[in-house]
Design a protein around this ligand. Structure first.
Ligand code: ZN
Length: 399
């Protein structure tokens, strides 16, 4: 009898768990723990399915580039086609980034659950040690016999499951212990799944970002090749002028829309603007006349170009109303904000737009993401300011 107790204590002290019981004894499911286990198993299966979807949803860059080849007959079509793909991939990247944030939060929560379950196990373990010592000291014959005959701790617990005389109290405790043990196992499995999903999403973002780079490279090459081709230089200049004309016409129609808009009764109070591309790295082109290196001629640049990473935020420079938010072959994704008193701001080449026509925005609101859509050869925000129908230098509106 003493031998059995020593064996038990040894096993307890050595920290050998009750793991073996899980498969062996027939435990009746009781209450919440089994439900949690079932729920977790379902979540694990869901995570596996999601990962499969994620893999299948990645862009096929080879196919996209092949598709683009077909639209090379005209630069305008090419840019439009390519922009469509840029926008799609940009959206995928944003979705993946929010998936990553979600997974990171889930992992935090699952880790907390695991800690809680382990704390419960430790408490149960302590209680069980006290209980066994108590039963031993009380000299309860059934417990002593059970301990004496057991060859291992798992065997002992297994026997306990069949000893009829074991108290309902102890049986209940054993069940609780075993269920918690199973819960710990399933939480660990869930944690592994979540970590795998997180890694997968991170790899997917990287791949999509590479795809984006490939497309932008192709676009830049195409625009540059078009402009440098001597045979088509005359045509390139003409086309560029047509682009500018198209843009001016667009602006004119936007201003007409503005005049017709009810909310145009805004007044501008003279306050300073907020810098609309907070992640900008440099001003890649300033406002005014400049020499176009490829077309070899003077051209007027009607805004400030702020080079910034693709996907970084574009903020409303001032309180205003969205007069237009759309796409054009020159401006790419653009936004046109009315600030009242004849003052408007224009944002071009965005990868994504977050506002729609008629919406009121506040200074500093995120309205779009930086991109390189339209007639653009790199991620940047073209920021323009118009006062009473003419372009003015935006730099006069910043502190
Ligand atoms: Zn520009």
């Amino acid at each position: 009898m003493k031998k059995g107790y020593k064996l038990l204590l040894f096993l307890l002290v050595a920290g050998i768990g009750f793991g073996g019981v899980a498969e062996k004894s027939k435990v009746l499911a009781t209450g919440g723990t089994m439900e949690s286990i079932q729920q977790k198993k379902e979540e694990i299966n869901q995570a596996k399915e999601e990962r499969e979807k994620l893999k299948n949803g990645l862009s096929d860059i080879k196919k996209l580039v092949q598709q683009l080849e077909k639209s090379k007959s005209s630069l305008k079509n090419y840019v439009k086609e390519l922009d469509g793909q840029l926008i799609d991939i940009g959206e995928k990247i944003e979705e993946l980034k929010s998936l990553i944030a979600q997974k990171e939060q889930e992992i935090e929560e699952t880790k907390k659950e695991l800690e809680e379950a382990i704390a419960i196990e430790e408490k149960q373990y302590e209680e069980m040690k006290i209980r066994i010592r108590f039963m031993y000291e009380k000299g309860d014959q059934f417990y002593l016999d059970m301990l004496a005959g057991a060859s291992s701790f798992g065997d002992m617990l297994n026997k306990a499951g069949y000893v009829e005389a074991i108290s309902a109290y102890d049986r209940g405790k054993l069940n609780e212990y075993e269920e918690n043990r199973m819960l710990i196992e399933v939480i660990k499995e869930q944690l592994e799944e979540e970590e795998a999903s997180l890694q997968e999403a991170k790899a997917a973002v990287e791949q999509e970002q590479n795809n984006l780079e490939i497309l932008i490279d192709n676009k830049n090459k195409e625009i540059t090749a078009y402009e440098t081709d001597i045979a088509t230089q005359e045509q390139a200049i003409k086309e560029y002028e047509a682009y500018i004309k198209e843009q001016d016409q667009m602006i004119a129609s936007l201003e007409k829309a503005l005049r017709e808009m009810e909310g145009s009764k805004r007044t501008y109070d003279g306050g300073m603007f907020k810098w609309p591309a907070p992640s900008y790295t440099r001003i890649s082109d300033s406002f005014g006349w400049r020499h176009h290196p490829i077309l070899n001629r003077q051209q007027f640049h009607n805004g400030v170009d702020m080079a910034a990473p693709g996907g970084s935020p574009i903020l409303a420079a001032y309180d205003g109303t969205v007069v237009a938010a759309g796409y054009s072959g020159t401006m790419g994704n653009y936004i046109y904000l009315n600030h009242g008193s004849g003052l408007v701001t224009i944002y071009m080449h965005a990868s994504a737009l977050y506002v729609s026509v008629g919406q009121d925005v506040s200074k500093g609101d995120k309205i779009a993401a930086v991109g390189t859509t339209g007639r653009s050869t790199g991620n940047h925000l073209h920021f323009g300011v118009r006062l009473n129908g003419s372009y003015v230098d935006p730099m006069g509106y910043f502190n």
